[in-house]
Design a binder for this molecule. Structure first.
Ligand code: TXA
Ligand code: MG
Length: 328
């Protein structure tokens, strides 16, 4: 039985498109919006049905907890319980790519599905102006995972979103096309709900910046799904179709190569450079787009040059290790 499939509207950012998108969200529909990290698949976080629609659209194997996006830090108090550390971090890093996991407020209006059964809530205030304007216009916090099918590479352009969903865009009402996400890796996730602040996912806000801001060391989560409450911690979460081999300086001729720094004289089936200058910010911004592009070359494996494990390189290597992890 064939189902009637509607195509999402792809709109550039304007007052009209923001109003239309806000209206769609209020109706419980899904809207894709740009953020500085990756594109998000947004739903009214207070509407159970709308949040459930995110999971079905993404084809998530299970209910993983979602990040709740707010337009201002002062919206957090009604939905979660920020302590002194949380308030300091919000003051220092918001709006920006830092997600905080906090205890849920007792009368939180946020759908329990966002927390996936946990008594905590992940909150973030994106730096991207379109994202914040949309949240404000909708008048509710937005639950938003990365706007890709589960298990595939996160989207940093509207085009990636369209490619990732293919002909399964039936659940998406509107895609707001707001240019390329300039950071290119998902937000840093810091858990403040336990005794010691714990880094659950590395991102553009670095461990040392957080430690400097709060004046104490933080714990780094094991990242090996020992406590599988963060899908960023699922083994093959960022996987392209091709096999991925890491730390390769001399790729095979029939491979695709994801270079970093000087790639002079390397001959392969397809080559893209994360950053010829060895700039980690440029590399992060290119990471997911280049993986997608090399995947399209048809090579059965993508060899990846070593990326230094410093600064934003920590988040880049984290995503690369997941892309290379054995597929389950
Ligand atoms: O940059 C980002 O954070 C993007 C953009 C769209 O804002 N969003 C994003 O969402 O990456 P998603 O669903 O792909 O990743 C959410 C991360 C996961 O690692 C998830 O497990 C963690 O946040 N998370 C969410 N709620 C949590 C909670 N209550 N406890 C622990 N981890 C949580
Ligand atoms: Mg994701």
């Amino acid at each position: 039985m064939s189902q009637l499939k509607t195509k999402p509207e792809i709109l550039t950012v304007s007052t009209e498109s923001l109003t239309a998108a806000a209206y769609a969200l209020q109706e419980g529909r899904l809207v894709v919006f740009p953020t500085e990290t990756v594109y998000g698949l947004g739903a009214d976080a207070t509407n159970d049905t709308a949040v459930a629609r995110i999971f079905s659209a993404k084809g998530r194997p299970q209910f993983n907890p979602l990040i709740v996006h707010v337009a201002h830090a002062d919206e957090v108090a009604g939905i979660a319980v920020p302590d002194r550390l949380a308030n300091e971090l919000m003051l220092r890093f918001w709006p920006g790519p830092l997600t905080l996991v906090l205890p849920r407020a007792e009368n939180s209006s946020i759908s329990l599905l966002c927390s996936a059964g946990l008594d905590t809530l992940a909150v973030r205030c994106p730096e991207n102006k379109t994202a914040r304007n949309l949240i404000e216009a909708a008048g509710v916090p937005l639950a938003a995972p990365s706007a890709n099918k589960s298990g595939s590479v996160s989207p940093t352009t509207a085009q990636h979103v369209i490619e990732s969903f293919g002909d399964e865009t039936g659940d998406l009402a509107i895609i707001l096309a707001g240019g390329k996400s300039y950071l290119g890796v998902e937000s840093t996730v810091l858990d403040l709900s336990g005794d010691v602040p714990t880094l659950l996912r590395p991102g553009a806000v670095l461990q040392e910046e957080i430690e400097a801001a709060i004046g104490m060391p933080i714990k780094v989560g094991s990242g090996n799904a020992a406590k599988p409450n963060a899908p960023g911690q699922l083994e093959s979460h960022y996987a392209p179709n091709a096999k991925v081999r890491l730390d390769i300086r001399k790729p095979e001729a029939d491979e695709a190569y994801l270079a970093f720094g000087n790639a002079h004289g390397i001959e392969v089936k397809a080559l893209l450079n994360l950053s010829a200058e060895g700039d980690l910010f440029e590399a992060a911004a290119n990471l997911f787009a280049h993986l997608r592009e090399l995947d399209k070359s048809g090579a059965t494996s993508i060899a990846v040059a070593p990326v230094p494990e410093v600064g934003l390189g920590i988040a880049i290597n984290d995503r690369l290790r997941r892309a290379a992890a054995p597929r389950s």
